[in-house]
Design a protein around this ligand. Structure first.
Ligand SMILES: Cc1ncc(COP(=O)(O)O)c(C=O)c1O
Length: 398
């Protein structure tokens, strides 16, 4: 029997969503030229929604007024962008943010690396991450020289009692939309997490990676507003525009700002990109883009829910977790029909406590999205058991 082609062999191929797209010389895909790959891995937005016109116009304007291209001038990022971000984040976070507190980064991971090495330098030697979480972020903390503890999450988010039993003084969390499981940190856990930070004289690093996409009318807000002196808030354009821009930001507690910025060798994101984004913010293009894309992603999520694919956690973001007992079989048989799927397994630090699929419904391009989702539904539905594995239980300690 012919070997079934491996759909995840290359990012370019897997991300193409095109009929029979093949990397030159990639013989492993040769048998697959008449197949369509429908990519549901989490992590990236629909690139066909990228606001090319506004972006190109922003870059063109920035390049034209070269007077703003001042090279090594300000390590914190371009002043125009920091002012625009301060205005926007003040509204989003519900507390005043000053441009001096903002560090423009090369995406969240870059900001995390800068913050982690500054905190280590200040004597905070151990950090905690959620279990499960993105493995890259755990590695970033380890490479910054921190000892990394893994702390479980349950239906209420991070288990703060377990956190307090570690030596950590830094906690990296996704409180508004746990990645990848999808729950929000409960109110009482938020309070206890901030109490913990004050007690150990430590900091919480808030990864608000997809905060622009909240579909409930009253979504849980960012943690930052509850104690701006203890929370380092991180945002990114990786979900709203493209991970390829490498553009994000940190909002720093005032007393940490100089310690972190002193360790930054140069601007972290190309000035032309910063200025193009700044113009999008100023002219309202970004808000319009968010409204449009939010509607699109919400429709996709609701389509899956309406078809009986019940996703964990709050109604938000570009991905959802479907708990199933045997993700391996669903992934493998999905691959045979052209679906690129990812399980929760790689996000756990040890043996998984829940099995499931992390469905990145944001990734398929508009041309194929609805067909892709129907294909996915057809694939998954027969494999669902009537009772299902049940939702992730809430915690013992709230
Ligand atoms: C949990 C989480 N945080 C942050 C990000 C964004 O990271 P970056 O801004 O470095 O692209 C991602 C992207 O996949 C993510 O999954």
């Amino acid at each position: 029997m012919a070997r079934v082609p491996d759909f995840t062999v290359s990012n370019a191929a897997a991300g193409s969503d095109t009929v029979g797209h093949q990397e030159p010389g990639d013989t492993r895909l040769a048998a697959n030229t008449d197949r369509i790959r429908l990519d549901f891995r989490p992590g990236a937005p629909d690139i066909s929604l990228f606001p090319s016109k506004a972006w190109v116009s922003g870059v063109r304007d920035a390049a034209r007024c070269g007077i703003e291209l001042k090279g090594y001038e300000d390590r914190r990022g371009h002043p125009l962008l920091r002012s625009e971000l301060a205005r926007r984040l003040g509204r989003v976070l519900g507390v005043a943010v000053r441009p001096e507190q903002i560090l423009v980064t090369g995406g969240f991971a870059d900001g995390l690396a800068l913050a982690a090495s500054a905190l280590n330098h200040l004597g905070l030697r151990a950090a905690a991450v959620e279990d499960p979480c993105l493995a890259t972020h755990r590695q970033v903390l380890t490479r910054a020289g921190l000892l990394v503890h893994k702390v479980p999450v349950d239906g209420d988010g991070l288990d703060v009692t377990a956190l307090a039993a570690t030596s950590a003084r830094v906690a990296l969390v996704t409180p508004t939309h746990q990645f990848p499981m999808g729950m929000a940190l409960s109110d009482s856990r938020r309070r206890r997490l901030l109490e913990w930070a004050r007690r150990v004289d430590g900091y919480v690093i808030e990864d608000d990676y997809d905060g622009e996409y909240r579909f409930d009318p009253r979504p849980p807000g960012p943690l930052y507003a509850l104690d701006p002196s203890r929370v380092i808030y991180g945002g990114t354009t990786s979900k709203t525009l493209s991970p390829d821009l490498r553009l994000g930001w940190l909002v720093l507690p005032p007393r940490l700002a100089s310690a972190i910025i002193d360790g930054v060798p140069h601007q972290r994101a190309p000035t032309l990109n910063q200025m193009a984004f700044s113009e999008m913010l100023r002219e309202g293009h970004y808000s319009r883009h968010l409204r449009r894309t939010k509607q699109e992603y919400q429709r996709r999520r609701e389509h899956l829910l309406a078809a009986g694919i019940s996703l964990e956690g709050i109604s938000a973001g570009l991905h959802g977790v479907l708990l199933i007992p045997d993700e391996g079989e669903v992934i493998e048989s999905g691959r045979q029909r052209g679906l690129v799927l990812m399980g929760t397994r790689s996000f756990w630090h040890g043996p998984p406590r829940h099995h499931g699929l992390v469905i990145g419904y944001g990734r398929p391009t508009r041309e194929v999205a609805w067909r892709a989702m129907n294909e996915l539904i057809d694939h998954i539905r027969p494999r669902l058991t009537p009772a299902g594995p049940g939702a992730i239980p809430s915690g013992r300690h709230t």
